[in-house]
Design a protein around this ligand. Structure first.
Ligand code: 5GP
Ligand code: ZN
Length: 113
């Protein structure tokens, strides 16, 4: 847990979020500024600053983040979606608590640029 981290505050319930899934290890909630008809984030409750600091001890947890992202997308009726992690400011990371974006519900170009 990190005192000043926005997503740790969401985990602690200090900031409200539109939650789609929650258990003792992970949380999925809608992005406040959706970039697609379906856009939510999946985070581990454990504070990890980003993909670049995932340790060996976190491997199972991050696999669960992917699985939960897929299951929530399916529950929302979306079969085609993108799962994205940003690492570092120049890659678009603005919140330094690892989160996986799940985007779907519209066609998307590849590569994203
Ligand atoms: P990043 O740019 O770090 O990959 O993604 C951070 C995401 O968090 C952005 O898509 C942004 O819209 C979302 N976000 C920022 N603040 C909040 C918030 O308070 N609540 C929710 N639900 N999403 C947020
Ligand atoms: Zn955090």
């Amino acid at each position: 847990m990190s005192d000043n981290c926005l997503f740790c505050k969401i985990v602690r319930g200090e900031i409200p979020a539109d939650k789609l899934y929650e258990d003792d290890e992970v949380l999925a909630f809608r992005d406040i500024s959706p970039q697609a008809p379906l856009h939510f984030l999946v985070i581990p409750k454990k504070h990890i600053s980003g993909p670049g600091t995932v340790g060996q001890e976190d491997e199972k947890l991050l696999g669960k983040v992917m699985r939960v992202g897929s299951e929530v997308a399916a529950k929302e009726g979306i079969k085609h979606y993108r799962q994205v992690f940003n690492n570092g400011e120049e890659a678009g990371q603005t919140v330094f608590h690892i989160h996986m974006h799940v985007l779907g519900g519209r066609s998307m170009n590849w590569p994203p640029g």
